[in-house]
Design a protein around this ligand. Structure first.
Ligand SMILES: [Mn+2]
Length: 291
């Protein structure tokens, strides 16, 4: 069984053909291949970071139809997976428990520390079929789960660095794992560039970090794009290693982390967006702080 954890369409990492290849795998092996959603699988990110443009160049007169179908695919990806009842996997991380809203972003920012951590029942009740999960409104869990990050500080706080989702401490990881009898959480969503902006967290140079070690188990960040990102303004590259995880039965919760390097020289491909002037893909949502 293969579980992929989102951001297939990130031009800095995977890209256009990769997404089609993964969709073909899903069609061929629907009960063996699972494609969780990442924050890049949205209309916003695909229109800003070159995916839509690449689609229009490659599919020409059919591209509008193909893009509409692709947006439909994005909405269908699951937001999370529980493997063997012991391993929770989602692209960003944990999420709030909220009674029916709507909520403004400023309310969530102010109230974050007093809000409850969400559980799998809250997740099941959320509406996943949204094209661009929002930082506010009455359905914020999809935005949380795609954008949140772990923190070295305890508790829940609004994720000010991203403008959406939350940051959660190891007490939250412990609570979530205890509640659902989990032994391992695997999330992605932070490459070496994102970690460079958060010096309080370990660097992503080797393709993974163990961010929380709690009584119940561990929370691991996994990053599977070596030498990231493909497109950037400066000449300096991160030259980071990347990793994937093998989970073996019967435990499934003792991760065998496999590290790999990029094939160099990297093949030349077009960015299909103005990567000099468009903001980094880790600052994707430049939302107003109020509203
Ligand atoms: Mn991401």
């Amino acid at each position: 069984m293969f579980v992929f954890n989102g951001d297939y369409v990130d031009r800095g990492a995977w890209g256009f053909e990769t997404y089609f290849l993964l969709l073909a795998w899903k069609v061929l092996l629907p009960h063996r291949v699972f494609l969780l959603r990442g924050n890049h699988e949205t209309k916003f990110c695909t229109s800003v970071y070159g995916f839509e443009k690449e689609n229009s160049v490659k599919f020409g007169e059919h591209s509008k139809h193909v893009y509409r179908k692709l947006l439909g695919c994005f909405e269908c990806h699951p937001l999370a997976a529980v493997i063997a009842g012991k391993v929770f996997m989602a692209h960003g991380g944990l999420f709030w428990s909220l009674k029916p809203g709507p909520y403004t972003r400023s309310f969530l920012v102010r109230a974050a520390a007093k809000l409850k951590l969400g559980d799998l029942d809250d997740l099941a009740k959320s509406r996943r079929g949204v094209l661009d999960p929002s930082a506010m409104g009455n359905n914020v869990i999809p935005g949380d789960i795609l954008w949140s990050d772990p923190s070295p500080n305890p508790g829940l706080a609004s994720n000010e660095g991203r403008g959406i989702g939350l940051v959660f401490g190891l007490d939250c990881t412990q609570e979530f794992m205890d509640k659902h009898k989990l032994k391992l959480i695997v999330r992605c969503h932070e490459g070496p560039d994102a970690r460079q902006k958060r010096p309080e967290m370990a660097s992503m140079d080797k393709g993974y970090t163990i961010d929380h070690v709690v009584k119940a188990g561990k929370l691991i960040t996994l990053f599977s794009a070596p030498d990231y990102p493909q497109f950037q303004v400066t000449e300096t590259r991160f030259n980071n290693k990347a990793a994937y995880i093998v989970l073996e039965p019967p435990d499934f919760c003792k991760p065998d982390i496999c590290v790999f390097e990029a094939v160099l020289p990297r093949p030349h491909v077009m960015p299909y967006y103005d990567h000099v002037n468009v903001m980094d893909s880790d600052d994707e949502l430049d939302l107003p702080k109020d509203g």
